[in-house]
Structures are given as C-alpha cells and as structure tokens.
Design a protein around this ligand. Structure first.
Ligand code: URA
Length: 239
C-alpha cells in the first residue's frame, strides 16, 4: 500500500506535489470513489482515475548503473552537480533504490517501480550488499572481527556482517576489505569502519541483491532482463 499521490507520481503522470493538488481538488478516484484526503493509501492493483481517465501505468524500467565517484544519487542537485539520472537514457521518471554517497561507486539500481523499490529498501528485507572498502592503513584483523559481530553506530548496534580480507599490505599501508551487510543505514559502511578506528578512503559497492558490475565499466549501465527482475521480486518478497 502506498499513498495515492505517490502512486500517481510514480506513474510519471505528474509530480507528487501536483498529485496532491489534484486529490485536494476532488479530481482523483480510487476504485470509483472520490478521495480527497492526502493520507489515503491504495495498492498498485487499484484503479486510480484522474478526471475520469484511468492512470496509465508507465512501462516499468529497471536499470543497473555502475555509479562512478563524483556523481550524486538524486534526480536534481541544488549545487548543480552531475546526478545518476544524467547518466542514463530513458524517457521514464526513474529514481534510485537506496543511495550511494557522492564519493562512492558501484552497483546502483534505478527504476520507476515503486513497489519493488519499497520491498527492496524495507529494513526487514535483508537484502545483501557487498562493499569493497579501501583503507590507507594496514588494518588489524582482530578489529575487523568486531564488524562481523556488530558495532554501535548512531546509538544502535549493526546487524551481523561478513568480512573478507582481500589484501592487507603492511609495507604500503593499504588494506582492501570486503564487507557484506544486510542493512542500509546512512553512511553505514563508513560509520562501521569509523567505529573500529579506520577512515574509509574509497568505497565501491560490488553487489546489490545479487546484481554485480559484471561487464560494465564505471558510468555504464544496462537494462535488467525479465528474468533478473523476477529474481529480484522473489528475493524481495521472501521476507
Ligand atoms: N555505506 C556508506 O558509508 N556509503 C555508501 O554510499 C554506502 C554504504
């Protein structure tokens, strides 16, 4: 279930703000009933009409982008920086499933499928994310163990995680660590490393919900296959 103005905006008909105006003006019906409260919810299966015309369901798009560093994960940026939406070519109003920091790179899913987005970002969903983390120090493997058990960030312990060392180079003072998590808290990976005394110098998401960067270069993107979308739905609905 989703707020009606969000369903209308997700269909690409107009912005959420404009949809709210249409609702307040009594121009929107859900299954034949005029709805004028902004808090009301509907499901994607309900028939929503605006001025008596059924809301057209925009064709669903699923794009996997290899987000480069130095690009923001929003559709518009007040500092006029390049956004992830600028990198893809689609007539549809897609948005990102979750976020990657401006200075982070890697797998980012873009879609106009609000239902799938909600399923994938819901905290109970346990979607797996694998990050490759670079630290400009030779990290202590014992400290890494703490990440697996959970560390306190923003006053709350992180869930169990998996750590795999790719490289710890004592001579060059550099480490590359894989961290697998199932949550999506704000700046989670950077904060987890900060909690054990290390600053992340580079961050790349290698995998999201089983999707990886295979065959893509930084800045490139591709559409998901029908099969990949089915697998994502199955994964998202499992929990
Ligand atoms: N964790 C972070 O700290 N940043 C990201 O972009 C993603 C996960």
């Amino acid at each position: 279930m989703e707020r009606i103005q969000k369903i209308i905006a997700n269909s690409g008909y107009c912005s959420r703000r404009k949809a709210e105006d249409l609702i307040k003006a009594g121009r929107v019906t859900v299954n034949g009933e005029i709805v004028q409260e902004l808090g009301r919810k509907a499901s994607y299966g309900d028939t929503i009409m605006i001025d008596g015309k059924a809301l057209k369901k925009e064709e669903k798009e699923y794009i996997l982008l290899y987000k480069p560093r130095g690009v923001v994960t929003t559709s518009s940026d007040d500092k006029h920086r390049k956004t992830v939406i600028d990198l893809v070519d689609t007539p549809n109003r897609v948005y990102s499933v979750g976020r990657l920091d401006y200075d982070a790179s890697g797998v980012l899913l873009l879609t106009n499928d609000g239902e799938l987005t909600n399923l994938l970002i819901h905290p109970s969903n346990n979607i797996e994310k694998v990050y490759l983390v670079k630290i400009d120090e030779a990290v202590d493997p014992h400290a890494l163990k703490k990440l697996e058990d959970g560390v306190i960030i923003d006053g709350k312990k992180t869930a169990k995680a998996r750590v795999k060392v790719k490289k710890i180079d004592k001579k060059k003072n550099k480490s590359l660590i894989y961290l697998t998590i199932h949550e999506g808290r704000n700046h989670q990976v950077k904060k987890m490393f900060e909690a054990i005394g290390y600053k992340v110098s580079k961050l790349k998401r290698e995998k999201f919900a089983g999707l990886d960067l295979h065959s893509l270069k930084s800045g490139e993107w591709r559409r998901l296959s029908v099969h990949e979308v089915k697998v994502l739905y199955a994964l998202a609905k499992k929990n």
